[in-house]
Design a protein around this ligand. Structure first.
Ligand code: VGL
Ligand code: ZN
Length: 197
């Protein structure tokens, strides 16, 4: 196999998906071990900012009557209502001041798991000459999966940071199947341990 450049460099961006209070233990829609991604992502934030490379962060940013909420007939408890504490980024996440924040699923009647859906994320990445995305966050089987699918469809390369994601696992194995699908679609996977600080 070819030696691949898995070190962040020119043309790379870090894309952090939905690391918000409501997805952490104690939140409205807790992802098991969701808090474990925070220190791992902080290391990657450090690596990217040290190299002057861009950091993007998506956030689920729902109106109070969003269609994905049970009261509206959706599958989820109310979560990530725009402007609430639950929708805030995890307090331990060291986002740089110039991180690009992308809000999604902001319309009452439209679900958007992907950070590309109904946002200008692809345009902003292209404007910054980004070609490859290092991706981590929550949750593997929903917003990470959808975001990675769209990233690949939009022509970006993807390096999924395996130890920087966690799954909801509504059905046991959902997270593992999501990882398989992302690999099958062309995403590479990297682990933080294997890379220098
Ligand atoms: C998500 C369920 C509902 C996610 C968002 O960020 O993965 N999951 N809304
Ligand atoms: Zn949501």
């Amino acid at each position: 196999m070819d030696a691949e450049r898995m070190e962040p460099g020119q043309g790379d961006a870090l894309l952090i998906v939905d690391v918000q209070n409501d997805f952490l233990p104690g939140g409205a829609l807790p992802v098991p071990e969701g808090d474990a991604v925070v220190p791992v992502l902080n290391r990657w934030i450090g690596r990217f900012t040290a190299r002057g490379l861009p950091v993007y962060a998506t956030r689920d940013w729902h109106p109070p009557d969003h269609c994905s909420f049970r009261e509206q007939g959706g599958p989820w408890p109310p979560h990530c209502v725009a402007g609430t504490e639950g929708a805030a980024f995890a307090p331990g996440l060291k986002l740089p001041p110039d991180a690009v924040i992308v809000s999604k699923a902001t319309e009452p009647d439209r679900e958007a798991y992907s950070g590309f859906e109904g946002t200008d994320l692809a345009e902003r990445l292209r404007a910054q000459r980004v070609r490859r995305l290092f991706v981590g966050g929550l949750a593997t089987d929903y917003c990470v999966l959808s975001t990675v699918r769209d990233a690949l469809r939009e022509g970006f390369e993807v390096a999924l940071i395996e130890d920087a994601v966690r799954a909801v696992d509504v059905q046991p194995g959902d997270g593992a199947r999501a990882l398989e699908e992302m690999r099958r679609l062309g995403a590479r996977t990297v682990r933080t341990e294997a890379t220098a600080a």
